[in-house]
Design a protein around this ligand. Sequence first.
Ligand code: NOJ
Length: 707
Amino acid sequence: MKKTLLALLLTAPAFAQDIEGLLKQMTLDEKLGQIQQFSDFGFSTGPSAAADNEKQKERIRKGGVGSILNCVGAKWTNELQREAVEKSRLKVPILFGFDVIHGHRTTFPTPLGEAASFDPKGCEETAAIAAKESRAQGVRWTFAPMVDIARDARWGRIVEGAGEDAYLGSKLATARVQGFQRGGKYAACAKHWVAYGAAEGGRDYNTVDVSERALREVYFPPFKACVDAGVMTFMTSFNETAGIPSTANRFILTDVLRKEWGFRGFVVSDYESVDELRNHGLSADGAEAGLDSINAGLDMEMVSQHIAQNGAALIRSGKLQQSTVDEAVRRILRVKKQLGLWENPYTDEAPEQSVLKDPAHRALARTSAARSLVLLKNDKNVLPLQSPKNILVVGPLGDNQADLLGPWHGDGRKEEVITLLQGLKNRYPNATVTFQKGCDFKGPVETLNLAGADVVIVAVGEAEAMSGEARSRSMIGLPGEQEALVKQVHNSGKPYVVTLFNGRPLALGWVAENCPTLLECWFPGSEAGNAVADVLSGDVNPGAKLPVSFPRNVGQCPIYYNHKNTGRPANLRPEYVSTYVDVDNSPQYRFGYGLSYTTFKIDGVVVAADHTVTATVTNTGTREGDEVVQLYIRDKVASVTRPVRELRGFQRVALKPGASQTVKFPLGDRELGFYDRAMRWTVEPGEFEVYVGNSSEAPKATSFFIQ
Ligand code: NOJ
């Protein structure tokens, strides 16, 4: 009788979800299995594929697989899950993870581009749809949002984040976590913890050495925002900070994340970053790498297997406590429970394709892309296009599907991308729309035949593979001979527009100085061509703003608007001040900048007694449009030097011609404070300057005092 009851209890979901009870049942090997994440199960090909698959299933049946990444598809994930929940001893479900970074099958703009929309609600929606699509394919966990602050355009992974500003980055991080985790059955992952974007020289994976103050003021806030939004997991970064690689950094994994912030989810390493502790020179061998990482507070190891393979011996030697292993497993099981994996371990196979191809998702891709396009210049009012009859599209990105998806495009398919050429044909069915490539990302420029065109749309920028992981560039101009292509069009005297497709801020040099019309399009995703045509035609009035500074040349990197004043600021006197002798300090295009086809006035700035700042924005032009009202503050004198200004509020407002709206920005302790010399959050008495406008050069509106 007793035995039957026990057997019943063992299979009953209620028991399985009693994590402490489950932990008591687990052997050490089963526990170490939970800590292990494998990649690419089922992707072996060739004669050994069947045997390989069987080996992997056997591993699952033995309870040796806590999580799998890069394994997508309802049928296949179900097949593997069945081995875990029906054939393993304790029936602990597998957690399937995937890089669902900016959409899944439907691809939205790359995150840096989407950040330009200054639209948290929009970012939440695209994240929710990305989760829904990947969820339909068995994925329950995305390795997103990537919330690394990045101030150096050389770093290829700047494309994956929200840009240079911790305040904007935090708002978008919150939105993305809420979107991914909407409904509570899908886990987001705040990555890469931490300061990965501060890599020396902008070279990926490179050394980081920043102060605790920089960590707390610049790099931590978006991660804290994720914790506050309930993010279920974190991923460590590849880099070291001040001598300690993140994957073995107790200060960040335990002291800050657990003790200060109370994070209760689990932390996964990055791909083989446990193993890489040996290359860092921190751990002598694999066993030590496993020990160093789990003892610092890591819970799950991605791909390398040092914790799983050495855990038992490490416990026997007394170097690793059983309780440390238990705690890591507890955290992993807690997330699995939260996701409802015991109740719903499988994915319904029937709706998979219809979810992936939902037209509503494509519609959202088009809107979100159009809302992310930044109008950098429109000096001759070539835009919006005036009923063109003969449009010539030129450049390597003009009739290009693959590159417009951008890096980390999940399950996005290039054959489903609307090219710029196609988008213009769709928008102007009665016009002649033709294409000449002119040049590629490298190699020579051909002579264009521009006769007959009433307007030329030049599509230049980066190939997808020029930004993203391991895609740092030491020169960040237009690649290859593209500038020569632009010059050819420029010299023809024809009206033209330069559309830019890129993952990072480019140093545009001659193009920025001489081309009258520039539209920054980023990598817009599946609906690229339609979205760009929406803006070129004026069906959508551009309202996005740069989430990152565009340098004049690469030598200005790192460059960001919220820098310190220094003791010798550039405006102090002509010489012996903090400037270059060969270039101005200002960026080519500043953070928060972007034009519209209409004009706006922002005025009536008032600060209430509770420090709420109110301003009025009016559409003073003749077209409906969006303006992003931005509030910056400066703490003039403090016990620790403060930036020349810091974004502390923004709101994207849609207005009809002549219409006005009042916007309010409450300023509380979180907006006004900083870390004092003892690293305690404080608001110090004194004067605060208030800047309100439509970019980081917003004029000073007023100031107020805190007594
Ligand atoms: C390495 C990347 O750094 C990380 O962002 C990604 O999530 C993992 N690989 C998994 O693909």
